[in-house]
Each structure stands twice: as C-alpha cells, then as structure tokens.
Design a protein around this ligand. Structure first.
Ligand code: G6P
Length: 610
C-alpha cells in the first residue's frame, strides 16, 4: 500500500506535494515520486528511498515547477523498490501519468487480453497497466477513458491521474481503497488521507467504489463508473495537520510510548461514569447481551490482533461467553460460525486495514452485530461497523504501534467489565472495584516507564548483540509475549519468537544455546510458578533469562539473570504494565543496533492491501 496526493492549484504545487508525502510516509516509504504539468509538459522526479531523498533530488535536478501534479510514496507490492518502479508511471505516448495505491490483480491478464501485444513496459509494476489502459481507451475525453479503465481493473485501487491534454485538471478514481478529494483555499486536492493536506482542505469528499473525480483549482466534480455526473455529500473527517512533532524525543516511538498514560486516560474516561463502566453507545445493548449473545469473535491484524487475544481471554474468563481472537486475513476466507447472536469486534488503529475491513463486511453479511474499536474517526472500519468505540491515542506515527495498542487494551477492559456486569457473571460491586483500578492504570503506566528505565537500557545493550531470542508467558502473559516479540523483531531485526511458556519444551527448546535470551512474563499469580519452572528449564540449558513480573510477585523464587518488576495491579490489567518494558526493550535494542526505529525496513503503518 502506498500514499497518494495530488493538487490542482495556482502556483508551483511541488512543495505541497512533498510536504503532503512526508505525512503520508506511514503508508510506505520504499520509494517516492512526483509529476507536475507546466502547460502540457511534464516534469517528473522519482527515487528509491524516502520522501527526503525525493526532496533532495527535486532540488538537485532543478525540477521545473507546475501548477497541477501528483505525488506518491510507495510500499512495494509488484516489483522491487527501485527508481524504475517508483510512481508516477506513464502511458507509452507520454500523455498520462498515474499514481496508485492498491493492487491491480488482473494486470497480467489485461496485458495479454486487452492491451496491444507489442506494448513496451518501463517498470515491473501492476500500476503501469492502468497508465497504458488510459491511453488505449483515450479518444479525447479523459473521463470516458478513466471510466473504461476503472471498469477493466480488478483488485483495489486509488488512482491519481494527470493528462497532458488537460494541464489544469487532476483526475482520480478509487475502488476498495481510501481516497479523498477536497476543495481548499489554494486549490483542489486528492489524498489517501486528508491529514496530509491539513487545514487547507475545506470541503472534503470520499470517493465511493469506482467513482471518478475531476478537479481544477476552483472546482471538484464527481462521476459514476459509467462517466455520468453524480452529486456527493461532504464527509466529516479530522484534517488537523498531521503533526510531525516528536515532543523533544529522538524518535516518534519513544514519544508515543511516553504518551501512553494520556492515551489510556483519554480512552477510558468517556466510558466511565460514577465509578462504573457505562453502556457506551458503541457497546451492545443490555438486552442483547443477556438474552442472545452467545459468541464473540475479535478480529484484527498485527498488534491489534495481540490486543484482541488479551480481550478474548478476559471476556471468556469473566463473561462466560465463547470468545476467540482471530487474524483477519484468515477469518475472511474461513467459514466462521457467526450469526445474529454473535458480537464481532474489529480492532484497528488505522481503521483501514484491508483484511480487517473485509472481515467486517463478511460478519455483517452473516448478520453478526459488529463493533469497531478504532483510532481514526471517519475511517472505513469505523463507518461501516454497526457501532464504534474510539481509542483516543491521537495520531500515531511510528510504524511500530505502542500507544494505540495500549488504548485498544483499555477499551477491551471496559468492554469485558460491561459485558460481565450485563451478563450477570460479575457483580456491580466487583465491576466497580475493577473500574477503580482501571482508572489508576494511566498513572501506573507512567510509573512503569520510570521504574524500568535503568534495567531496560542496560539489558538492551546485551540484547543488541544477539541474533535470536524467545519471549514466553502463560494466559494473558502469553498474548503480551507475542506483542513484545513482534515489537522486538519489527524494529531491531532480531529473530524473535513468542511461545506459550509450556510449549517451549515441545521442540523449540532445542534452539536454546549458551547465552540465548529467554524473556519470561509472569504477572498472573495463578501461573507464576509454572512459568518460573519453564525459566528454570531453559536456564539449565544455558539461556540468559529475564523475568518480567509485578512487585508483589517478586518475593517468590525465580530463575532469572535479570528481573524487571512493574507496579502491582489487578491481574487483568497487568498486561498493560508488562508491555511497557517490552516496548522500551525493543526500542533501546534497535537503537543500539542503529536501526531506523520509526520506519523499519519493509513495513508500513497502514496496510490497505491484503
Ligand atoms: C501494520 C502495522 C502494525 C499494525 C497492523 C494492523 O502491519 O505495521 O503495527 O498492528 O498493521 O493495523 P491496524 O491499523 O489495523 O491496527
């Protein structure tokens, strides 16, 4: 997936395109490029690497200005991340320039069956086919050519299109991929995320599937897939400039780790009144919970899935309802047993992860009641679900999520307590007691960042020299171990695996050698001694052992070379504290290894392809 931006303006649009692309880099940063029209002459600059490299190249080559243009930042799907495969791509006659987010699934077929066989392609991308098709269908009417192209393409796409015959006009089309169009003070814009345009975007519209937009500096018009004009309503999306501030920290990731107390507090406060969890409008109605609800599925990807694992374990334990967390990319192609008595919960920071969105659509088709836990208002997952509860983590920029994950856990705690009370499996008094502890969580998270800091930085120096490590835990700690392990591998590039502590001996223990780090989480009193026993087993085989536990459990016997204790809290919430040293451990380990922490290689923050 990629980020696209376009502007039809008055003066030179290149600075706006570059500024916008910098804010879209969370969607991918393998390569970047832009094209502008000056009269009917194109200037185009493309490069492998980040937007900063593009900006330098634009200056170095004294790229000619233009008042209409498109820009792109890429997460490679088809073709290596090279200059050649960077967008925009051009039609063979040089008339059309195209930027694209998504995957054109029938690109090879279109090359074989529709486009002339002697057509020469300049890149290995699927996108280039769209540029060729536009020229192939073009008979002097751009909307007509876009319409035919859009109908021929399969897969997902958000396209920004320029045609040198219409130098003041920008065209766009979308299918199953987010794309916004807006009128602004200095021109008209398209963008994958209007935050890239910021406050200059006044009237904002979102393109529906196979819709086409035509933009000039003073006007935005929309057309259906068959090229007929359509009237659209504006959408209400947050466009506050995407802040690129780091709050004085060296990296966004560290800044965002430190913002977690606020993220959790801002998320839970709207869900609590008079010391109890309220029936938030996003939560299912009490009657449904008591009389019908018999199955819950929590569906998500990446860290959001890890948060879902915690939620599923809690809901099953405290609410007595069959509850499972599932990976969205599997769920959407499986045959999930869900019906109108099912609550299907979809967790997503971005609200636009393609697999999670497809899973949501499947659940709706099967008439499940759907609830989204989302960080981005106006996103597809928030809009399409029956109800939504928003995490209030604020904009997260580091690719490795931290504060959004913590805010997701916070909503899942509140949901668990609400469901348990409504189901009658937890007394109101007990729910109130847990809610009090939930209210203390933000401060305990802050305290954790302080108390673990010294041990974590010291330990990170050692871990940075390793190439393999393991994270283990039981019950909720097992889910937290998965998140800790993911954080470590995604930003430090150390091969790290997470196991339910009891599973390690069923094969994986053969990989433990002298000095292999094994990091055990043991915050759940009922299984503390079991996890410690597993730590003994690996220590006996030479492992370097680390134990993360709570202050209260510290007094017990353990088998660790290094111990990190987080403040005491009620068992269900300990994950929220234990994950903090894990995040910091991965951060400092990656820092010691000189990694690009905020933009790890091969990753993107928002994944709009399946
Ligand atoms: C990407 C990100 C992960 C994130 C996952 C799900 O892979 O790199 O950090 O957890 O997508 O994203 P979502 O926006 O749906 O939470």
């Amino acid at each position: 997936m990629c980020g696209i931006i376009g502007k039809a303006g008055d003066g030179n649009v290149i600075p706006d395109l570059i500024n916008g692309l910098k804010k879209l880099e969370y969607r991918g940063y393998d390569s970047a490029g832009l094209a502008v029209l000056n009269g009917n002459v194109y200037s185009s600059v493309k490069t492998a690497g980040k937007v900063e490299a593009l900006a330098e190249k634009v200056t170095a080559c004294r790229c000619s200005p233009g008042s209409t243009g498109v820009g792109h930042t890429r997460w490679a799907t088809h073709g290596a991340p090279t200059d050649k495969n960077a967008h925009p791509h051009f039609s063979p006659d040089g008339k059309f320039a195209v930027v694209h987010n998504g995957i054109i699934e029938n690109a090879a077929e279109l090359k074989k069956t529709v486009l002339p066989q002697d057509e020469v392609y300049a890149s290995d991308t699927d996108t280039e086919v769209a540029a060729h098709l536009l020229a192939y269908y073009y008979k002097g009417d751009v909307i007509g050519a876009v319409s035919k192209t859009v109908n021929a393409l399969q897969g997902s796409f958000a396209l920004g299109i320029l045609c040198s015959d219409c130098p003041d006009t920008l065209f766009a089309a979308a299918y199953a991929s987010p794309l916004f169009a807006a009128k602004g003070k200095t021109g008209a814009f398209i963008a994958s995320d209007m935050g890239a345009v910021g406050e200059d975007a006044a009237e904002i519209y979102q393109l529906a599937d196979r819709e086409i937009a035509r933009l000039t500096k003073d006007d935005v018009a929309f057309f259906s897939a068959d090229g007929k004009p359509v009237v659209k309503n504006m959408v209400n999306v947050q466009v506050g400039q995407l802040s690129l501030e780091k709050g004085g920290y060296e990296h966004y990731m560290l800044y965002e780790i430190m913002q977690q107390p606020d993220a959790v507090r801002d998320t839970i406060l709207p869900l609590i009144r008079d010391g109890h969890i309220i029936r938030h409008e996003g939560f299912p109605e009490g009657g449904f919970v008591r009389d019908r609800l018999n199955r819950i599925r929590i569906v998500a990807c990446g860290s959001a899935y890890h948060a879902g694992l915690v939620g599923a374990a809690l809901i099953e334990r405290y609410c007595g309802v069959d509850c499972r967390a599932e990976v969205a990319s599997e769920f959407r192609y499986a045959a999930p047993l869900i019906d109108k008595n099912t609550l299907a919960v979809f967790i997503s920071q971005s609200g636009e992860t393609a697999d999670t969105l497809a899973a949501l659509r499947l659940a709706k088709k099967k008439r499940a009641q759907t609830l989204a836990i989302v960080n981005t208002e106006g996103s597809a997952i928030a809009t399409e679900s029956d109800a939504a509860v928003f995490t209030r983590a604020g904009r997260e920029i580091a690719v490795a999520t931290t504060k959004a994950y913590s805010a997701q856990l916070a909503v899942l705690y509140a949901l668990t307590l609400y469901l348990a009370r409504e189901k009658g499996t937890m007394s109101t008094a007990q729910e109130g007691a847990y809610t009090q502890e939930l209210l203390r969580l933000p401060e305990k998270i802050r305290l954790t960042t302080e108390t673990v800091s010294e041990t974590v930085t010291e330990l990170a120096g050692l871990l940075a020299q390793k190439e393999d490590m393991f994270f283990i835990g039981r019950l909720l700690d097992s889910a937290a171990a998965m998140e800790g392990s993911l954080k470590m591998k995604e930003i430090s590039y150390i091969n790290s695996q997470a196991y339910a502590a009891g599973e390690l001996k069923h094969g994986t223990i053969s990989l433990v050698e002298e000095g292999t780090p094994v990091i055990a989480l043991a915050t759940q009193p009922e299984v503390f001694s079991k996890t410690v026993a597993n730590l003994h087993e690996v220590k006996a085989r030479g492992a370097y052992t680390v134990l993360i536990t709570t202050e209260q459990l510290l007094g017990r016997e353990y088998a660790a070379d290094k111990v990190i204790a987080v403040p005491d809290t009620a068992g269900p919430f300990a994950v929220s504290l234990a994950v903090v040293p894990l995040q910091l451990l991965s951060y400092y380990t990656a820092k010691n290894r000189g990694c690009d922490i905020d933009k790890p290689k091969n990753l993107a923050k928002s994944v709009t392809v399946e």
